[in-house]
Design a protein around this ligand. Structure first.
Ligand code: AHR
Length: 500
């Protein structure tokens, strides 16, 4: 069976410039993300600093522009001073967030070195759980001040003459959550966040700050939390954060694939709340969104209950992703690109081993999960201006959502390189979706490639067969006289690349 959809894409219907940081990711001191993930000194591919070059190679394929670090829940109990200076003298500490032991072999400077190797900037989080203004302003001074002060000279004495010049900083992590070390009310957090923000910017006025929004849209304090926090911090921060994780817990595929509509609603609500505070303050400034944790996360929940407390780098949050997860990740990317005018930063949580597109074996290979592909396609081909398209698609209802379009899509125009890229998910579980798109404003553009990720088994993974869920370029998209036509296989992720 075939269902029909129609669309018009016009280069003048601009949503906004895509900030490349929307393709960011996240490395937390959690599980095997750092140790045995990015860092494994005994691994055959380890470089002179002990970083796995096979992992660096895969991360480079993703063209990750920004990596959030060092947490996550971990940051709310972290003393950054434990992770700098001679490695042999660094303390072992209990990490109360994940009930593990942190050896501090990797800290701020080593991570900055790793980020340089993958050509990424770092989105550094400060501890507003057990610490506050003083530790945060000292960290900015340590990282960003050139020299001639206690903390900058300490950095130099640690072998880092040049400042790290970290631009983007998070004011704590998920401070609305009772699981957070130092959990606060919105008023309490708003007060500490604004005072910390002021001190950090007094050290380095060029930095940008992200205030903590809600841990997800279903928190009881959402969206009052955002309103209160922004009421306190509006003039001193630049972004408000959003976090969300989804899972197919009821094994209801139609409902699962519709969950990106929850993300749409979340983004819309946070924009509205931020703009309400803008109106209330009669401010000319606009607060943008940092979706600094997003992904699928549920496969590993039971296994994590069996982790031995206080072990070092145990295999935590090691979700093995299947094909249906890759489809939802594709739709989540589409949701953020559709609001590229306001979502300026986003971090796929996380990058290696922990709910990650890249997995490693100790002493062995690094491999790509199913979700690696939509993330890579968006990051590599989704640079430029996001475009509105008028879409007419048949729809379905699911347990939690009504009017779910089978066709989920967004387009990106790169004016400089004269390319147009269409990202699309066909959510239909049995039918091919046949698309006719009016692309007359892209005169002279031809299809360069139609990439497809499809699989007859929605539960297929790459765990035992690394090429089980991999894309091919045999899609049938073509353009004739300003009309693009393409067939999207049932349950597929599609990337149509056009160029002049
Ligand atoms: O990414 C895993 C965890 O999810 C993070 O540490 C926390 O911020 C969130 O709850």
């Amino acid at each position: 069976m075939v269902v029909q959809a129609k669309m018009t894409i016009d280069k003048e219907f601009k949503i906004g410039e895509i900030d490349k940081r929307i393709y960011g990711s996240f490395i937390e001191h959690l599980g095997r993300a750092v140790y045995e993930g990015i860092y494994e000194p005994d691994h055959p591919s380890a470089d002179e600093q002990g970083f796995r070059s096979d992992v660096i190679e895969l991360v480079k394929q993703l063209q990750v522009p920004l990596v959030r670090y060092p947490g996550g829940n971990f940051v709310s109990g972290y003393n950054w001073e434990d992770g700098v200076g001679p490695v042999a003298e660094r303390p072992r500490k209990l990490d109360l967030a994940w009930r593990t032991t942190e050896t501090n072999q990797i800290g701020t400077n080593e991570f900055m070195d790793w980020a340089k190797k993958i050509n990424a900037e770092v989105n550094m989080a400060v501890n507003l759980g057990t610490r506050g203004i003083d530790a945060a302003r000292n960290l900015v001074e340590y990282c960003n001040h050139t020299s001639g002060s206690y903390w900058s000279d300490l950095r130099i004495s640690h072998g880092y003459t040049d400042p790290h010049k970290i631009k983007t900083w998070c004011l704590g992590n998920e401070m609305d959550g009772p699981w957070q070390i130092g959990h606060r009310t919105a008023h309490e957090y708003g007060r500490v966040a604004v005072e910390t923000a002021k001190a950090m910017k007094w050290v380095d006025p060029t930095i940008e700050l992200v205030a903590c929004g809600s841990s997800n849209r279903h928190m009881p304090t959402f969206a009052e939390w955002e309103a209160t926090v922004l009421d306190h911090t509006y003039d001193h921060v630049d972004y408000i954060s959003l976090h969300t994780y989804y899972g197919n817990r009821d094994n209801d595929l139609g409902n699962y694939l519709a969950q990106s509509m929850d993300m749409d609603q979340f983004i819309y609500s946070v924009i509205s709340t931020a703009d309400y505070i803008k109106a209330k303050k009669r401010s000319k400034k606009t607060i943008n969104l940092s979706f600094d944790e997003w992904n699928v996360w549920y496969h590993s929940n039971d296994a994590d209950k069996k982790i031995e407390p206080w072990s070092i780098a145990p295999p935590q949050l090691e979700d093995i992703y299947n094909f249906e997860d890759a489809l939802l990740v594709g739709s989540m990317l589409i949701s953020m690109l559709k609001r590229a005018d306001r979502v300026k930063i986003a971090c796929l949580a996380q990058l290696v081993n922990v709910i990650a597109p890249i997995m490693t074996e100790k002493g062995g290979e690094a491999w790509k999960q199913s979700i690696f592909y939509p993330y890579m396609h968006a990051s590599v081909f989704g640079r430029g201006t996001a475009l509105h398209s008028t879409v007419s698609s048949p729809k379905y209802d699911s347990k939690d959502f009504t009017d779910v379009p089978y066709l989920d899509t967004v387009s990106v125009h790169d004016e400089d390189n004269e390319t147009l890229t269409i990202f699309a998910v066909n959510r239909h579980q049995t039918d091919v979706l046949s698309l006719d798109a009016d692309v007359r404003s892209f005169e002279g553009y031809k299809v360069v490639e139609h990439i497809v990720l499809e699989n007859d088994d929605v539960k297929a993974t790459n765990q035992h067969n690394r090429s089980n869920v991999t894309p091919h370029s045999n899609g049938d998209a073509s353009v004739d006289n300003g009309q693009l036509s393409a067939n999207f296989s049932k349950l597929s992720w599609n990337v149509i690349r056009l160029a002049k």
